[in-house]
Design a protein around this ligand. Structure first.
Ligand SMILES: [Zn+2]
Length: 165
């Protein structure tokens, strides 16, 4: 982790003024955007996002690297929202991860496909939280169909296919 935050300093938390939230390196190794993620089932999706972000970051000029920060990560809605200080990167990655997050189980992080091979998500009518079929059955108190809205798509982002691996 030490090498990773040295190579990708934007994994550290920063205040708006650009100062590190944690000055202590030991603390920063334990507590950063890579190690702490509040998105529960979206953890694998978040790691995938970071992996793609690292690839793009590696291609930036030193000046752009220096100023690059993660501005916010919001996992409190029914989709995952990420904003960085670089609009071009956000145009490539943020919308994509947002769309992907709609199809990932909020509990176990897996995808579920129905018998037709379509991505399928069970969204709670009460809380709007999305589950794969197994987790929906577990969460269900009785009739899965009355508790969940079922949504399917055959338009599957190739990055999503990598999450179950
Ligand atoms: Zn699940």
């Amino acid at each position: 982790m030490k090498e990773l935050i040295e190579k990708y300093p934007f994994l550290n938390y920063y205040y708006d003024n650009g100062k590190l939230v944690f000055e202590d390196e030991k603390r920063r190794i334990e507590d950063n955007y890579y190690t702490k993620f509040e998105g529960y089932g979206w953890d694998k999706l978040w790691k995938k996002y970071l992996k793609e972000l690292f690839k793009i970051y590696d291609t930036l000029s030193e000046a752009k690297k220096k100023n690059f920060k993660i501005v916010f990560v919001d996992a409190s809605k029914n989709y995952l929202e990420v904003e960085t200080s670089n609009k071009e990167i956000d145009n490539i990655l943020s919308d994509r991860i947002k769309k992907m997050s709609l199809w990932v189980c909020n509990k176990c992080g897996n995808l579920f496909k129905n018998e037709k091979g379509e991505l399928t998500i069970y969204r709670s009518r009460r809380t709007n939280v999305a589950f794969c079929k197994d987790c929906a059955l577990e969460e269900s108190l009785g009739d899965i169909d009355s508790e969940f809205k079922v949504m399917t798509t055959d338009n599957i982002d190739p990055w999503l296919e990598e999450l179950n691996e």
